[in-house]
Ligand binder design. Structure first.
Ligand code: ADP
Ligand code: MG
Length: 354
């Protein structure tokens, strides 16, 4: 059976050939790399008066991504980006990545190279050394497991647990773009391809709306972790996390860990234009996409001081918006709808749909 054997080029390369290629290509060395790929373990140094952050995320074919939705290059970059976002959300600087690959027999060496192009370009952009990993054959689908370290000055990491009554709740960027991109991908739109002839296009969906949807595709396939902003918010944010699951769910985590109750104003949520277009196209609610869509990888944080002063130099172009406030000790979050009604802000958007 052909699916039981590696594609010829990959088979020719072999496990050690592949590791060698990764080693030769991943030349960038972040500070603190005493020894990278090639030994039984990497040796990493943590700067004096700093602490080590460690995070890991898995991306599974068929669960987190599908072949053909975006380029292999974008997948490589995203697989690192989602980990970088977790380090950013602690206020840390990303440093060293371990790249573990479960490679199915039907994956071509060309596609794996393109994946590496994206992974390594991301590593260079975010100052990350590829310091090791593991390489295995997968029986079903491509398996990606990335572990990333970061460093942060001692006791300066921004946890989820520090929010206090009186803090305002802030978000960076605009929300719902990645969810809108997912709607568009599911309906057949692809980056760098014209509108497919077999995909229904409503009369109202003109070039402006299409470019909004394409911004959504980019947000979903190639998210930008807010590294500089995360570090700049040290000393400002009392509690922070990155928006991987959406405000409805992630603000709940912040409230639970901090032991506080929060209140969000629907009117203040910065809804990305792509979410408005995708919602109209798919008969969904734009606010629901923005609050429960997930994968925006923006920062959500609680702060008493105005964060603009902290972000002005580090991230001058990045919008930051107050969407609500921490009311009191307690738990859970409420959403004030434009109608005046207040509903619980929880994972399933049906609960707060007007
Ligand atoms: P061991 O059998 O001792 O675990 P491996 O043969 O798995 O060693 O790995 C050899 C070296 O190559 C190690 O330094 C490991 O970290 C590195 N390595 C293996 N796979 C990858 C990969 N996918 N990306 C980066 N480095 C890798
Ligand atoms: Mg190994």
């Amino acid at each position: 059976m052909s699916h039981d054997r590696s594609a010829p080029e990959l088979a020719a390369l072999g496990e050690f050939g592949l590791i060698d290629r990764i080693r030769r290509r991943a030349a960038f060395q972040a500070p603190g790399t005493v020894l990278g790929i090639g030994d039984d373990a990497a040796i990493l140094a943590v700067p004096a008066d700093h602490e080590l952050l460690v995070t890991t995320d898995m991306l599974l074919e068929g669960v987190h991504f599908r072949r053909g939705w975006g380029s292999w290059d974008a997948l490589g970059r995203k697989s690192l980006a989602v980990n970088v976002s977790d380090i950013a959300a602690m206020g840390g600087a990303p440093r060293h990545a371990l790249l573990s690959l479960g490679v199915p027999g039907d994956l071509s060496a060309t596609h794996l190279e393109q994946f590496l192009d994206g992974f390594i370009s991301g590593a260079e952009a975010w100052g990350v050394t590829v310091a090791g990993g593991d390489t295995c054959r997968s029986a079903a689908g491509l398996v990606l497991s990335i572990t990333l370290t970061g460093v942060v000055a001692r006791s300066r990491a921004i946890r989820r647990s520090g929010a206090r009554p009186g803090d305002r709740i802030w978000v960076t960027g605009q929300l719902g773009a990645a969810a809108a991109g997912l709607v568009a991908l599911r309906r057949g739109l692809r980056p760098d391809e014209a509108w497919p002839s077999d995909v229904d296009r409503p009369a109202w969906l003109g070039p402006t709306e299409e470019s909004a949807l394409r911004a959504g595709l980019a947000a979903h396939l190639a998210p930008t972790p807010r590294v500089a902003a995360g570090q700049a918010l040290q000393g400002c944010a009392h509690a922070m996390l990155d928006l991987s699951d959406g405000v409805a769910s992630d603000l709940g985590h912040l409230c639970t860990e901090s032991g506080v109750r929060a209140r969000v104003s629907a009117r203040d949520v910065p809804v990305h234009q792509a979410a408005h277009v995708a919602a109209r196209w798919a008969g969904q609610d734009a606010l629901a996409l923005a609050l429960s869509g997930g994968e925006d990888y923006e920062l959500l944080f609680a702060a008493a001081e105005d964060p603009l002063a902290f972000l002005r130099h580090a991230a001058p172009e990045l919008p930051v918006t107050a969407i609500g406030r921490v009311e009191a000790r307690g738990s859970g979050a409420l959403l004030d709808l434009p109608s005046g009604e207040a509903v619980p802000l929880v994972g399933g958007f049906d609960h707060f749909r007007a």
